[in-house]
Design a protein around this ligand. Structure first.
Ligand SMILES: *Cc1c(COP(=O)(O)O)cnc(C)c1O
Length: 381
């Protein structure tokens, strides 16, 4: 079946016990065991819960993997996946990956003697050059955050496998509705379902999917051992969000593309970052591996930090906030929000300049969004 259909019917599209049109919130910690000699499907909700399981089956189907898992947050899913590694292991990660992933790698996992080399993964030669005998995995994001740089996912997966490395990607920005990295050879996909999958800025959730059963079983064991699971209420909300993901993303993406072109023509804007703009160096690769540009546009104001801060204060329609992927537009300021944890020199070296803003377009009318931006960009007085 096509993805639009699978978004509604993948996994469990009704309650197997009552036929209820949505899998109920099984708000329970434990399950009565009829016969202690026989293992039942459910015994304790950390291990398995029917509501969470419905979500886990759905995301596995949508990403095209063998095992799906739901976690308490995107960071819980990423951190649990990183528990696959041990002291002395070396990872290669994209240089503008999500700020929280950068932080967990450079603090907690560093403290556990895991080594990471951050490279520009848009350049495959740089990725190849970073491989050492101790390397175990390559972790990438495409498009990246916040500069929307495009990495050739199939090429990274192939390189990883030539060296017996795991290929891991954070697919939050595209979602399986627009990009399916497991189909391109990746081993693990993680998500912050807080963003487009949940879609309504009303929950924190994470997901992970393994392409193969054996790796999926390892991750499931880590999920149960570490215990950062998604609760039944939030699993239900995530499932609810998933059903409209296709139409939401399509509409939000269309607005993003329009706003990106509009921004490019504005004199206050120095540069626009959006994967399907003709000026984007990764356009060809991106269009090969996904079905659209996504609904996040970053742009740099010529007036630098002061201009960016003024815009954030003056904008009325978009929510000046961290996060993305909601039904409402969200305008973020990466230097002081998602990338605040990164030292300024490091941040500037990566091109995340003081004038950079990131807009996640919501479901508002595009004309209203550009009208609000026009007003907010105008010099005060
Ligand atoms: C938000 C985000 C995360 C972290 O997810 P949480 O749900 O906030 O823990 C990870 N990766 C990307 C790309 C994100 O945007």
């Amino acid at each position: 079946m096509k993805l639009a259909t699978r978004l509604l019917h993948a996994g469990r599209d009704r309650d197997p016990y009552t036929g209820a049109s949505s899998v109920p919130i099984y708000q329970c910690s434990t399950f009565a065991q009829k016969d202690v000699e026989q293992r039942q499907a459910y015994d304790y909700s950390r291990s398995d819960n029917p509501t969470r399981e419905a979500l886990e089956l759905a995301i596995a189907d949508l990403e095209g993997g063998a095992v799906g898992l739901a976690f308490a947050s995107g960071m819980a899913s990423t951190s649990t996946v990183l528990l696959l590694f041990k002291p002395g292991d070396h990872l290669i990660a994209g240089e503008d990956i999500y700020g929280g992933t950068y932080r967990v790698l450079t603090t907690i996992f560093k403290q556990w003697q895991m080594e990471v080399t951050f490279v520009d993964t848009t350049d495959l030669d740089k990725v190849r050059a970073a491989i050492r005998p101790a390397t175990r995995a390559i972790f990438v994001e495409s498009p990246s955050n916040p500069l929307l740089k495009v990495t050739d996912l199939a090429a990274v997966a192939q390189l990883a496998h030539e060296h017996q490395l795991l290929a891991i990607t954070d697919n939050t920005f595209m979602t399986p509705a627009a990009q399916r990295p497991l189909e391109l050879g990746f081993d693990i996909v993680v998500h912050s379902a807080t963003k487009f999958i949940g879609g309504h800025s009303d929950l924190i959730a994470g997901l992970a999917v393994a392409r193969e059963e054996a790796l999926g079983r390892k991750l499931k064991s880590l999920q149960n051992n570490f215990g950062a699971i998604l609760g039944p209420q939030d699993s239900w909300l995530t499932l609810r969000g998933l059903k409209t993901l296709g139409v939401r993303l399509a509409a939000q993406q269309q607005t993003a593309e329009r706003v990106a072109h509009w921004l490019q023509a504005r004199p206050e804007v120095k540069q626009v970052f959006y994967p399907t703009l003709p000026s984007h160096p990764g356009r060809e690769v991106h269009l090969r591996q996904s079905s659209g540009g996504g609904a996040v546009v970053s742009f740099e104001l010529a007036g630098g930090g002061p201009a960016a801060k003024a815009l954030l204060k003056r904008v009325e329609l978009s929510l000046p906030a961290v996060s993305l992927g909601g039904v409402e537009s969200i305008l973020s300021y990466p230097p002081m929000m998602s990338h605040a944890a990164m030292p300024r020199s490091e941040r500037l070296a990566r091109g995340i300049n003081d004038g950079l803003l990131r807009l996640s377009t919501g479901l508002e009318d595009g004309d209203d969004l550009t009208a609000d931006l026009t007003r907010a960009l105008a010099p005060a007085g």
